[in-house]
Design a binder for this molecule. Structure first.
Ligand SMILES: CC(C)(COP(=O)(O)OP(=O)(O)OC[C@H]1O[C@@H](n2cnc3c(N)ncnc32)[C@H](O)[C@@H]1OP(=O)(O)O)[C@@H](O)C(=O)NCCC(=O)NCCS
Length: 137
């Protein structure tokens, strides 16, 4: 089991807890490997409101996707509100959607197959959408 916590400097504001149950200062990203399927992990990212729309989410998901790939993870799932387009866009940057399943109360479960990371993508400037690289692996 791996558990990546890409912590960033804490803001002075009190931490918040997002719909995924993640408490944040500035931002937190996590990737937790499924105990039954070693190639699958659950991903969650939360950026504090004051820090949103500055590319932090994109930076985190790119770093996390590369770390996950290096650890042998090829697919990850995410649970979010159906209308969470910001997270959907982030997921689309690093993978291709395999399935989408509606759950309770406007929540959806998504499964994405990760793209093969490239240095260009992984080191892309925050806020820039760099080129995707796909793989059959
Ligand atoms: C989803 C979430 C992680 C996105 O984080 P974020 O840091 O705002 O994401 P980014 O800044 O990388 O991208 C968001 C938008 O800001 C834009 N942006 C990026 N850099 C920017 C900059 N320098 N200036 C202005 N806008 C910028 C991006 O283009 C993107 O816009 P778009 O949606 O129109 O494409 C954040 O909204 C969040 O924490 N939500 C609450 C928790 C949550 O729902 N998590 C998902 C479920 S696990």
């Amino acid at each position: 089991m791996i558990n990546h916590h890409n912590g960033l400097p804490a803001s002075r504001r009190k931490g918040r807890t997002d719909p995924c149950g993640v408490t944040t200062k500035s931002a937190v990203a996590r990737c937790i490997r499924d105990t039954a399927d070693g190639g699958l992990a659950e991903v969650a990212i939360a950026v504090a409101e004051d820090w949103q729309h500055h590319g932090l989410g994109e930076l985190l998901i790119r770093v996390l996707a590369r770390s996950a790939w290096d650890a042998g993870i090829r697919c990850w799932n995410a649970t979010l509100f159906t209308n969470n387009n910001a997270m959907r866009k982030l997921l689309e940057l690093v993978g291709e959607k395999q399935s989408e399943q509606s759950e309770d109360a406007g929540v959806v479960g998504l499964v994405y197959r990760l793209f093969l990371p490239s240095l260009a993508r992984a080191e892309g400037h925050p806020g820039q959408r760099s080129q995707r690289v796909e793989t059959g692996n």
